[in-house]
Design a protein. Structure first.
Length: 323
């Protein structure tokens, strides 16, 4: 099922968010319009606004503030992508050259900062201390996760639990905050807020695990970017962590060299064979499915509705997607 079909109950609200994103980004200096237009071409899945709006609708109903918050979380997410591409020296994202490829790192850093500042301008106008605090804490957590991951690059000692802790912070924290903001703004009770926040966190972790799997076994054509980028920049993701853990000690060093230097056709084929031999990618997929199942089961206390069904279907989509 496509995301459009899953989000059909919120079709009008998602369209409004889309329109607002670009109207709120419209720069005073028209010479900067090319930057905004370029980022609009790299439109993602809008997972975070969807989570926020679905949670709000499930927890009592939407108010105008939900649209503002949905724009905020997407702008913050986009800012992190711009900065990530600089850190990773990425050339292409979703078949489009990255901002740092087109304009260089200086402009890209400032444009990422511009996205953050626009998000906080919207947030400050809402005059909600709770929302501002949640987003501030979330960005702190997100940055901590990114820094820890960078500090552990080319580190063969990264464990599965450490990896899960990193992605919980760097990816899942914003998904969790999206659900939490949606629920709080709808006047949800404490238990509903807790359940929906937990749902967002686990869905976010599953999303990142699937992303990491697709970086290994996905289609470059569908993903819109080169494959095996994580390993080439020293990031050990769950499939590789599982592989290294399953190998005899005397084979780990040579395999790690192969993983981190897998930029030739032969080395990529050798790594693919090892991953298949030890069911490392299947293990990662099963971990993601388990997280989604736990997230979906937690929604049992939420009253049945079309938007609750959408949340459940969104979880299924996350683990079945191929890009």
């Amino acid at each position: 099922m496509s995301t459009d079909a899953i989000l059909a109950p919120l079709k009008d609200q998602m369209r409004e968010v889309e329109e607002r994103i670009y109207s709120d980004l419209s720069p005073a200096d028209k010479r900067l319009s090319d930057l905004v237009f370029h980022i609009s071409k790299i439109q993602g899945k809008r997972l975070r606004p969807a989570l926020l709006l679905l949670s709000g609708q499930c927890a009592g109903g939407l108010i105008p503030q939900h649209i503002d918050l949905a724009v905020v979380v997407e702008l913050i997410h986009t800012a992190t992508l711009v900065h990530d591409d600089i850190i990773d020296e990425a050339v292409v994202r979703r078949h489009i050259e990255t901002m740092n490829t087109k304009w260089g790192s200086k402009i890209s850093i400032l444009f990422g900062d511009y996205l953050f500042s626009r998000a906080y301008t919207i947030l400050s106008a809402l005059d909600s201390q709770v929302s501002t605090l949640i987003m501030s804490q979330t960005i702190n957590t997100l940055c901590e996760g990114e820094m820890v991951q960078l500090l552990r690059c080319y580190d063969a000692g990264v464990t599965e639990s450490e990896y899960l802790s990193i992605i919980e912070r760097k990816t899942a924290s914003l998904c969790a905050a999206s659900c939490k903001l949606g629920a709080i703004s709808a006047g949800a009770n404490k238990k509903q807020i807790e359940v929906l926040t937990n749902y967002g966190s686990k869905i976010g972790m599953a999303f990142q695990i699937i992303d990491d799997c697709l970086d290994v076994v996905g289609s470059e054509e569908k993903m819109g970017k080169p494959m095996n980028l994580d390993a080439q920049i020293g990031k050990l993701t769950l499939p590789f962590i599982r592989l290294v853990d399953k190998l005899p000690t005397d084979r780990r060093e040579s395999t790690l060299e192969l993983i981190f230097q897998n930029n030739s056709k032969d080395s990529k084929a050798a790594i693919a064979d090892l991953l298949a031999e030890h069911d490392a990618v299947d293990y990662a997929y099963e971990t993601a499915r388990r997280l989604v199942k736990d997230a979906q089961d937690g929604l049992s206390i939420i009253p049945d509705s079309a938007c609750k069904t959408s949340l459940i279907e969104l979880g299924d989509y996350v683990v079945k997607r191929d890009r």
